[in-house]
Every structure is written in C-alpha cells, then in structure tokens.
Design a protein around this ligand. Structure first.
Ligand code: LLP
Length: 381
C-alpha cells in the first residue's frame, strides 16, 4: 500500500496509536500460498498464531483453510474460537502446563509437538486419565544455524528447543512403548526472518539425513513439519508486498527426498506486510544536534525496534513537506523506546499521522501495558 492509498480521512478522527490491517493484501497473500502448494495436496500450511492473534485476522486465515500452530492453551482456545478445525491445530512449546495439555486433548487437536521425553510421559499420563490417545511428533533440534538475528534463531544445539537429533530415536522408541501415545512424525524450526534460501536447503538436508537414519534402524516416520521462518522485505514494503512463497516452497519441493506429507508453520510472512501501526506526532523537539519526532506510539505497541533493533519503514502520511531527519521516539520511560534514528520523513508537525510499516507480525501480539498504557486498537480495512 503506497502512502496515498491509506484511508487518511478515516484515520484523522481515530484515537491513536492503532493497528491498521490491509485485508485485501492479506487475501492476496493467502491466495498466493494456496497456489504455491496447489500441486501438493498432502502438504498442510499452518498459521503461527503467535505472530498475530487479532480475532479478525485469525478468522480470515481460518476461512482460507489453513491450520493453526499454537504455543499455549490460550492460543489453542483462540484458534478454535476463530474457526480453525481442532484436527488442524498443532501445539508446540517447551513448557506445556498440565491444564494446557488437558485442554488440547479434550479439544481433539491434531498434534502435540513434544519437546522432551519428560513432557511425553506427562502427556501419556494425562491422556490415560482422560481415556483418550495423544497424536505426537517430536521437535528435533536440528543444529542448523540461520542467517538472522541471534535472538530469533531456534535450531542451534545450545538452545532450549526440541530434542537433539542424535537423541530422537530413543524418544521415538519410548513413545512406541507408551500406551496412550500415537507417534507420527518429526517437527523442525530453525528461526525467523530468514531470507537466505540456503538455510532452508540446509534444513532439508538435515531432515533427509534424519529420516534415512531412522528408516535404516527400522523406525517409520509418517509426516514432517518443517516449521516457519520465511522472512519479508522490511526495507521496501511497497516493492514486494507478498513474501517470496514461490522460492520458499520450491526449496522443499526440490530438496526434500521424502514423499511424506509436509507441514509448514508460517507466521511473519503471512501477516507482517498487511499491518501498519498508525500513530500521531505529539511534539517535534529541537535537540542540540538533531530533531526528535515524539510519537504517541511506543515500544508498548511495537517492541521490535527496542528488543531486536529491528527496522520498520516509516512514512509521514500527512505531509509532503521537505524531507527532514528525525530520531523517531515514543513516550515510554526507557531509552530504548526509539523507532529509528536519523529517519528521513516529510517535515513533521504536531498532529501528523505517521505510518510504521510491516508491523502485522509480532506487533499487536507483543504489545504490553507497561507504564499503564492502553493496548492498541485495531482496524481491518
Ligand atoms: N514455528 C515455531 C516452532 C516457532 O517458534 C515460530 C516462531 C514459528 C513457527 C513462526 O515463525 P515465522 O514464520 O513467524 O518466522 N518475535 C520475533 C519472532 C519470534 C519467532 C518465534 N517463533 C520477532 O518479532 O521477530
């Protein structure tokens, strides 16, 4: 959506900050995903709910027929409320509570992605108590690094996620002995905001090796979940507003040896581009050497710049004045409450509306009430 396409008039009367979601772009994105996997009827794309649990956004994604990837009982309930079929829900996470496991079992979710043998035992016991069976896959820690921000890689041997690939066989054999567990497959996830397709090729190679090794030892795997992680172009939100799904799915078509059903768990690439945080300039302040544009939005609505030093493109929707440099900051009492330094914007005045782009993923869903601030509103346009 280019600057002139935002419904500026309707924004003026709204309380800021709020998230604006471009429904047409989300629909186009979901259609591209559908087309990209249309030749693989047994591939299943799940939406990683953690990226954005806004009920309207979730409902649009459920209506498009995707499954849901959840990491808490709250997300499982939100997914069911939004219309995702329980059989299409997968539930991951290193620390599932007993009540969350019970909720998943009672709802009849499609899969528990289990991250330790201790958790497997608890799921077996709870399923036994409820008189049902649990469909289980194991999350494998593939020890594959991804070329992305250090705090969002998850597939390295040192981190807390999954079971190391050398220990998987032992876990599967335990699952096969437990009376209330049905073992299905392997689950992987190497990180987020990955734009270098060779990282996904490395993941495919690891998966191929894992399956071959298990099959050689007489263990049959029934499906594979390759996780999520496809990145988007934060620098140029108007240039390629739909993520590179063609190239991404092609990697798996070309590099996975197996013909087993494959599951995906995409979050950011589905929803980041369609979301914009709309905020007002409260004050323009002359510093000694620079100018500050002080917004009414802060790290409590969008924490990514403060937390990861993440870049989000910004535009002054209200002004065509000369381009000027600003440090764009929020009102929260933290020195990291900065959206960008030396940002070039059309000249800012009090009351101007500023668009912070590509904020549909890990924006609203990571909002907090720090400093007793209100959670942001949202508008789906
Ligand atoms: N599957 C698993 C097991 C995950 O841990 C994640 C994300 C996904 C799927 C979805 O990944 P995506 O397609 O969105 O890359 N808050 C950070 C991102 C954290 C990602 C956590 N896991 C950010 O704002 O960049």
């Amino acid at each position: 959506m280019i600057k002139g396409d935002f419904p500026l008039e309707s924004f003026r009367s709204r309380r800021t900050p709020f998230y604006y979601y471009d429904a047409a772009l989300l629909r186009t994105t979901l259609e591209r995903v559908r087309l990209a996997v249309a030749d693989r009827p047994d591939w299943r794309v799940h939406y990683a709910v953690k990226a954005n649990f806004n009920p309207q956004i979730m409902r649009m994604i459920a209506d498009a027929g995707l499954g849901a990837d959840c990491v808490s009982g709250g997300e499982v309930s939100a997914a069911i409320a939004a219309g995702f079929a329980p059989s299409g829900i997968v539930f991951a996470g290193v620390g599932k509570r007993d009540d969350e496991i019970e909720l998943g079992l009672k709802a009849g979710i499609g899969r528990f992605n289990v991250e330790s043998t201790a958790e497997l035992q608890v799921i077996n016991d709870i399923a036994g108590r409820l008189g049902c069976r649990a469909a289980v896959s194991f999350r494998v820690n593939p020890d594959v690094g991804a070329h992305t921000h250090a705090s969002i890689t998850t597939g390295l041997a040192e981190n807390k996620f999954g079971i190391h690939h050398t220990r998987i066989e032992e876990a599967i054999r335990m699952a096969m002995r437990l009376p209330n567990i049905d073992f299905y497959g392997l689950h992987f996830h190497i990180g987020s905001q990955i734009l270098d397709m060779s990282d996904f090729v490395a993941l495919c190679n690891r998966i191929n090796a894992c399956i071959a090794q298990l099959e050689a030892r007489g263990v049959q795997v029934r499906d594979i979940n390759v996780g999520g992680g496809l990145g988007i172009d934060y620098e140029h939100p108007n240039h390629l507003p739909v993520a590179g799904f063609g190239a991404y799915f092609d990697v798996f078509k070309r590099h996975l040896d197996t013909r087993l059903p494959v599951h995906f768990e995409l979050g950011r690439s589905l929803v980041a581009p369609c979301g914009t945080l709309i905020s007002r300039v409260l004050y323009v302040k002359e510093g000694l050497y620079k100018q500050f544009a002080i917004l009414d939005a802060s790290m409590t609505e969008l924490i990514r710049p403060a937390l990861y030093d993440a870049y989000h493109r910004m535009e002054n929707l209200s002004s065509d004045g000369p381009e000027t440099k600003y440090d764009v900051v929020g009102p929260v009492c933290e020195s990291t409450d900065v959206f960008g330094k030396g940002v070039v914007l059309n000249e800012c005045h009090r009351g101007d509306l500023i668009a912070i782009r590509s904020a549909g993923a890990y924006g609203e869903s990571m909002a907090s009430q720090y400093n007793c601030r209100q959670l942001p509103d949202s508008v789906v346009g």
